[in-house]
Design a protein around this ligand. Structure first.
Ligand SMILES: [Zn+2]
Length: 365
């Protein structure tokens, strides 16, 4: 498993480098073809092609399926592998994209190998969808993800586990981005400031207002992360904007937050305010995972493993499938640390354990 992971990690696949993601997607596709699976490339002009894998099953057409989700892309620019090479030391495998989530792709292959070698591949259809743009919001893959999820009884997501104790993710906050643009009126800061309307001041007042919407204990967060505006110190700024990260743990809170943003009005007389954007991924509420988690926990117990659960602030493609009402369990991938950083790594001995857990789920669901 470690050797295959090394091959996968060395085939870099930055979300923004279509040629690289396509190359890596072909490598993954070849592994599945070796195993007799039916592989279809879902082509995309701008982003990498998505890879859809279907296990040959005895299932009749139209019967339901299980969907296993993962992504091919990483957050690392092409060339990172020369600075941070793949390496194995101290029981860990290190390198860009090991944890998020090339180890998850390896786990899926070995789970199927295990089931095949025991002659217990399930009768129902199993579809694996490996997408190319999860790390940049899944704009290109969302429709395919939702289409496959609608045909499925359950969705298993191979994103990294939470913590070194390998908890699965049974809830995720919804995530969005709001752009606030303020328009004022330019004037000379010394000669006729009274004729001006300062757009920067308008944006500052708005940020102060929306900051009060934070409710950490309820899982609501509002963070102005980027602010731009103005041209020179002696000019009253006629334009300013802020980009705001918004998160909510509940669908109801997501809707309320979007309504509150839409109802913002200018504070300074003469200023104008535009609001764009909204939630990109809706919250994954724990009730969509509860039954699957109970099954996974029971299977893990048979293996002598205690499987915990976590609610996390970051979103994944599991948010989409849970939001359309399909039971979803996330964080079934490798155990490791430091995703999206130069110290990203996985715990090697977690690989067979997670493959066994996934095999058990595929077999018994
Ligand atoms: Zn990921």
């Amino acid at each position: 498993m470690t050797k295959l992971l090394g091959q996968f990690v060395r085939a870099e696949s930055s979300s923004f480098d279509k040629a690289a993601v396509d190359r890596f997607g072909r490598i993954v596709a070849a592994e599945w073809k070796k195993r007799g699976a039916t592989v279809t490339l879902l082509r995309d002009r701008e982003r990498g092609d998505h890879v859809r894998v279907e296990l040959r099953s005895r299932a009749r057409r139209g019967t339901s399926q299980i969907l296993v989700l993962g992504h091919l892309d990483t957050v690392y620019d092409t060339g990172t592998i020369t600075q941070i090479p793949f390496r194995v030391s101290r029981g860990r495998a290190w390198g860009p994209g090991t944890f998020d989530m090339k180890a998850g792709l390896v786990i899926a292959l070995y789970a199927v190998d295990a089931l095949a070698s025991l002659g217990c591949l399930p009768e129902r259809r199993i579809v694996f969808l490996w997408t190319s743009d999860e790390e940049i919001g899944s704009g290109s893959s969302r429709a395919a993800i939702e289409r496959e999820a609608k045909r499925s009884d359950a969705v298993l997501v191979l994103e990294p586990a939470a913590g070194l104790d390998g908890r699965v993710k049974t809830g995720r906050k919804g995530v969005g981005e709001i752009e606030m643009i303020a328009a004022g009126r330019a004037a000379h800061a010394g000669l006729n400031p009274e004729d001006g309307v300062n757009a920067i001041e308008e944006i500052a007042l708005q940020i102060s207002r929306i900051s009060r919407w934070n409710q950490p204990r309820r899982g609501i967060s509002v963070n102005a992360g980027v602010v731009e505006g103005g041209t020179r110190t002696n000019v009253i700024a006629d334009r300013a904007r802020a980009l705001v990260d918004v998160r909510a743990a509940r669908v109801q809170d997501m809707r309320a937050l979007e309504r509150k943003f839409r109802s913002l009005r200018p504070i300074l007389p003469g200023a104008q305010l535009e609001i764009h954007g909204g939630f990109n991924r809706p919250p994954m509420e724990p009730n969509m995972s509860a039954a699957l988690y109970a099954k996974a926990r029971a299977l893990a117990k048979e293996m002598g493993v205690t499987l915990g659960e976590a609610f996390v602030g970051g979103g994944s493609d599991g948010n989409f499938t849970a939001a359309i009402g399909v039971p979803t369990l996330d964080g079934l991938g490798a155990v490791g640390e430091n995703a999206h950083s130069p110290r990203e790594n996985i715990v090697i001995r977690s690989l067979p354990e997670r493959a066994a857990l996934l095999a058990g789920l595929i077999k018994t669901l």
